[in-house]
Write a protein that binds this ligand. Structure first.
Ligand code: BGC
Length: 470
C-alpha cells in the first residue's frame, strides 16, 4: 500500500491529516468546478453549435444524469474496490470527461463528455465526504461535513473565474478542458494517501487499519478500533427495503423532501445559467460572466457565515430564514423580468436580485440539507439512506437543468422564477411542519424523535414530548 512518510512525530501526523483533508476536499472542489464551468462555456457553445432549447437543456443536464448514475453506483463501488481506489478511478473519469468535452467535434460527443464527467461528479459527491469522515480524527469530523459543501461553492467560484479568464477569447474548449488539471492533482495526491481504516477493517485487514490509525492519530488507537468493530457490526444491516420501515419513513420523507426542494427552488438554474439569463437583459458575454463571478463569491461568503452560526442558531432557524428569503427574492426576480426592458438598469437589478437569492440559498438549504442528511439516519441505515437521498438530489437537479431553457423559451423567465418561488413557498411549509431541529442533540435523541410521527413534537426541540404515534 502506498503511503506518505509522516515522520512518526506528532507534527508529522498533524501534517498528514491536513494534507489528507486538503486532498479529500479536492473532490468537493472538482464537484463544484465541473458543475459550474458550463455556465460560462455555454454562452460560446451556443455560438459554435446550433441547438434547440431541448438540446441546450440536454447539454447542460447531461452531467446531472451522469451524476445521478455515479451517485447510485458510488456507494456500492466504494465498498467493493475501496474508497481510495474509487477516488483514483473518479479522477481518471473526470480527466476523460473533461478531455472529451474539450475536443468535442459535435453535440453528441459533447453530451457524451458531459455524461462521463457527470459520473465522476456523482462518485465525488458520495466518496469525498465518506473518505474524509473515515480518515479524520473524531474531533474534527463534524466540521468537515460542512467543509465539503464549502469546497463545492469554492469550486463553482473557481470555475467562474476560469470562465472569465477565457471569456474574451470565447474559448469554451479551454474552459471545459481546464477540469483536467484538478483531476490530475487529485490522482497524484491520492496515490500517496492511505486507504480508509474503516474499509480496511471491514475487509478483515485489521493490521493495515491499525497502521493507518497509528499514522493519523495521536493516541487512542485501540479504543477507536473497538469503536469501528462495534459500528461495523451494527451497520451492515439495512438495505433499500428496510428504509420503508414505518419508523424510518419520517426521516426518509425529510431527506427526500429536502433533496427535491433544494433543487426545484431553482438554485442550479442560477448556478448553470446565470450568464445566459444576464445576457438576455442586454449584458455582453464578458459582463454577464463577470457578474456571475460576483454571484459565486456571495455563495462562498454566505456558506462561511452559515457554517459559523449553524451550531448556535440551529438548522431549522437557518432553513426558515433562508427559504423565506428565497420566496421573496424569487418573487422580485420574476417581477424584474416581467417589466419591459428598462435598458442598462435591468441587468444590474437582475444581478442584485440573483445575488440576494443565492445568499439566502447559501445560508439555508445549501449547507443545511447536506448536514441534516448526515444526522437524521440511524447508523444501520445511514449509508443506504444518504445514497438514496443523494441520487434524488441529482435527479431533481437533472429535471431543473433540463427544463430551464425549455421553460424560459415557452413561458418566459418571469413565470419560471415565479414557479421556483411557488416551490420555495411549499419548501417553507415543508420545513415548518416536518424538519426536526438537530442542533446540540445526540443522534440517538434525533432517532427517537423520528421513530414517533412527524408532527407537533419535531418543532418543539430538545424537550418536546411526542403526542401521538402511528
Ligand atoms: C447543491 C448543488 C448546488 C450548490 C450551490 C449544493 O448544496 O447540492 O446542487 O450547485 O449547492 O452552491
Amino acid at each position: 500500500m502506498s503511503t506518505i512518510d509522516t515522520g512518526g512525530s506528532i507534527r508529522g501526523r498533524d501534517r498528514f491529516v491536513y494534507v489528507t483533508a486538503a486532498l479529500a476536499a479536492l473532490n468537493g472542489l472538482l464537484f463544484g468546478f465541473d458543475t459550474g464551468i458550463i455556465s460560462g462555456a455555454f454562452l460560446y457553445i451556443k455560438q459554435t453549435f446550433e441547438m434547440s432549447p431541448l438540446v441546450r437543456g440536454i447539454v447542460v443536464s447531461g452531467a446531472m444524469a451522469g451524476a445521478a448514475a455515479g451517485a447510485a453506483l458510488g456507494g456500492k463501488l466504494a465498498d467493493e474496490i475501496g474508497r481510495r481506489r474509487l477516488i483514483l478511478l473518479g479522477a481518471g473519469v473526470f480527466f476523460v470527461g473533461s478531455f472529451t468535452m474539450a475536443v468535442a467535434p459535435n453535440v453528441p460527443v459533447l453530451v457524451a463528455g458531459r455524461l462521463i464527467d457527470g459520473v465522476a461528479i456523482g462518485f465525488a459527491s458520495i466518496v469525498g465526504p465518506l473518505y474524509i469522515s473515515e480518515i479524520a480524527p473524531p474531533k474534527i469530523r463534524g466540521a468537515l461535513t460542512s467543509l465539503n459543501q464549502l469546497m463545492v461553492t469554492v469550486g463553482i467560484l473557481v470555475s467562474y473565474f476560469v470562465n472569465y479568464a477565457f471569456a474574451d477569447a470565447g474559448a469554451w474548449r479551454l474552459m471545459l478542458g481546464a477540469g483536467t488539471v484538478p483531476a490530475v492533482v487529485l490522482a497524484i495526491g491520492m496515490l500517496k494517501m492511505p486507504e480508509s481504516p474503516r474499509w480496511l477493517f471491514e475487509r478483515g485487514r485489521r493490521e493495515e487499519a491499525r497502521e493507518v490509525l497509528e499514522r493519523t492519530r495521536q493516541g487512542g488507537v485501540d479504543e477507536e478500533l473497538t469503536g469501528i468493530e462495534e459500528t461495523v457490526a451494527e451497520q451492515s444491516a439495512a438495505g433499500l427495503g428496510d428504509l420503508l420501515a414505518p419508523w424510518l419513513r419520517p426521516a426518509l420523507i425529510v431527506g427526500l423532501g429536502l433533496a427535491v426542494f433544494q433543487q426545484v427552488t431553482g438554485i442550479n438554474a442560477v448556478m448553470y445559467y446565470a450568464p445566459t439569463v444576464l445576457e438576455s437583459t442586454g449584458f455582453g458575454s464578458t459582463t454577464s460572466i463577470l457578474a456571475t463571478v460576483g454571484i459565486g463569491l456571495i455563495n462562498v461568503l454566505m456558506t462561511v457565515v452559515a457554517i459559523a452560526v449553524i451550531d448556535r442558531v440551529g438548522r431549522r432557524a437557518l432553513l426558515l430564514v433562508g427559504v423565506s428569503g428565497m420566496v421573496v427574492t424569487l418573487a422580485i426576480l420574476g417581477g424584474v423580468f416581467y417589466l419591459p426592458g428598462f435598458s442598462g438598469a435591468l441587468g444590474w437589478f437582475a444581478t442584485g436580485s440573483l445575488m440576494l437569492y443565492v445568499a439566502f440559498f447559501a445560508i439555508g438549504l445549501g449547507p443545511v440539507f447536506w448536514l441534516l442528511i448526515s444526522e437524521i439516519y440511524p447508523l444501520e441505515a445511514r449509508g443506504t439512506a444518504m445514497g438514496l437521498v443523494t441520487v434524488a438530489n441529482w435527479g431533481a437537479n437533472l429535471a431543473v437543468s433540463l427544463t430551464f431553457p425549455i421553460l424560459t423559451a415557452n413561458v418566459g423567465t418571469s413565470v419560471t422564477f415565479w414557479l421556483f418561488g411557488g416551490f420555495s413557498a411549499a419548501a417553507l411549509a415543508f420545513t415548518y411542519y416536518f424538519v426536526p431541529e438537530t442542533k446540540g442533540r445526540s443522534l440517538e435523541a434525533i432517532e427517537a424523535d423520528l421513530r414517533e410521527n412527524v408532527g407537533e413534537h419535531v418543532r418543539g426541540g430538545v424537550d418536546a414530548v411526542p403526542d401521538a404515534d402511528d
